[in-house]
Design a protein around this ligand. Structure first.
Ligand SMILES: *Cc1c(COP(=O)(O)O)cnc(C)c1O
Length: 379
């Protein structure tokens, strides 16, 4: 079976891990975390990095750092991982969903303005599958209504967005550096991995301070075991930071590998009838985190059946996300019921992603493509 993800760690990562281990700095104290935080923040073009235990806890910290609390609304995409909506619900807030774009699978920027109410506190943008969200219209809404922007950049390490396109001020900006606060995941299938891990990044000194405090039980600097606020224990270990550090220097190579794999699939699958392949719009430099494909409505089977047929010929895949408005756990809580987000509903049933790990070889790309073609031709 060709695995859907295989990480791509190097000798230098093992050496860094061993050096950390031998130094005795195995908890979250010591120099490795600060080095990793400042290296990743600098890469994203922001001032502060706050490493945490994973991308889900990063979202929890970010949501609470911007002050989302009881009955505050946060506008976010329906098509995303549950971590986004969970963070808001756990903070006492309400997720307010917008549908996604059928081409980029990113939240539909045009729907955001209509969802703003007096209770809206923030907009959570989630860059999807390597492609940036169209930020400018969302930033404009946020400015108009004084809302915070939380960027979930877990799937777009190093991706870029062309801001103010069509003007003389057009400029490429890295994802994670455009919101008030942004989050990353370093899970094993992300562009940088520390096994498990995550980071909150921000330009804002106050948000950074709050994030650091929330990560570490809200201990007071002046009196350690005195607490005015309810925090979390979401710290990352030095050993994880040591693994991540060298990868920051390898970002160009990592992104080039992702783009190479995506180009390989696109070349092989470009002419296949019935398949929608990943696109890159003029305002985005995608990093092709995963190679997501969607079956046209005319194809006589759905993504679940497609996955079974591909598995039968040795190709592991993953289904697309299922919309937040289709989650029984939220319905049970009386949330997100009776909503309809047709694009999310369609791609959740028609989409899956192919093996996309950084360790993917040309031979594997060829075999996967041949398997896809054979399954589609048998349709
Ligand atoms: C992976 C991912 C997360 C969660 O990251 P974990 O490290 O697995 O908790 C959050 N948001 C998005 C968009 C993701 O893809």
């Amino acid at each position: 079976m060709i695995p859907v993800n295989e990480p791509w760690l190097q000798d230098e990562d093992r050496e860094a891990l061993l050096e950390c281990f031998n130094s005795g700095w195995i908890s979250s104290a010591g120099p490795y975390l600060e080095q990793f935080e400042s290296a990743w923040a600098a890469y994203c073009g922001v001032k502060h990095g706050i490493a945490v235990s994973n991308g889900t806890t990063a979202l929890q910290v970010a949501v609470e750092a911007v002050g989302v609390g009881a009955s505050d609304e946060v506008i976010m995409p329906s098509f995303t991982i549950i971590s986004c909506a969970s963070a808001v619900v756990r903070a006492g807030g309400l997720p307010v969903l917008v549908d996604c774009d059928p081409v980029t699978f990113c939240m539909n920027a045009d729907e955001v303005a209509a969802k703003v109410t007096p209770r809206t506190k923030a907009i959570m943008v989630v860059h999807m599958y390597g492609h940036p969200v169209d930020m400018d219209p969302i930033v404009a809404v946020a400015r108009r209504h004084d809302l915070k922007i939380i960027e979930d950049a877990a799937e777009v390490h190093g991706a870029e967005y062309l801001t103010r396109r069509g003007t003389t001020h057009a400029a490429w900006r890295r994802c994670g550096g455009m919101g008030d606060i942004a989050t990353f995941s370093f899970f094993a299938n992300k562009l940088i991995t520390t096994g498990e891990g995550g980071m909150v990044v921000t330009h804002d000194d106050e948000l950074a301070k709050r994030s650091r405090s929330l990560r570490n039980l809200c201990f007071q600097p002046s009196r350690r075991f005195l607490h005015y606020e309810h925090g979390y224990q979401f710290r990352m270990t030095s050993m994880q930071a040591a693994i991540g550090l060298r990868q920051v220097d390898r970002m160009d190579t990592i992104i080039a590998r992702k783009r190479w794999a995506a180009a390989g699939y696109t070349k092989a699958l470009g002419g296949v009838k019935g398949l929608q392949l990943p696109a890159q719009l003029d305002y985005g430099h995608s990093v092709y985190w995963v190679y997501g494909i969607v079956l046209d409505d005319a194809v006589p089977f759905d993504a679940a059946e497609f996955a079974r047929r591909l598995a039968a010929v040795g190709v592991e895949t993953r289904p697309f996300f299922l919309g937040m408005h289709e989650q029984p756990v939220f319905h049970e809580m009386g949330l997100l019921r009776d909503e309809c987000h047709p694009v999310t509903e369609r791609i959740a049933r028609r989409g899956l992603y192919l093996p996309s790990g950084l360790a993917l070889t040309q031979e594997q790309i060829d075999s996967v493509s041949a398997a896809v073609i054979s399954v589609m031709e048998a349709a």
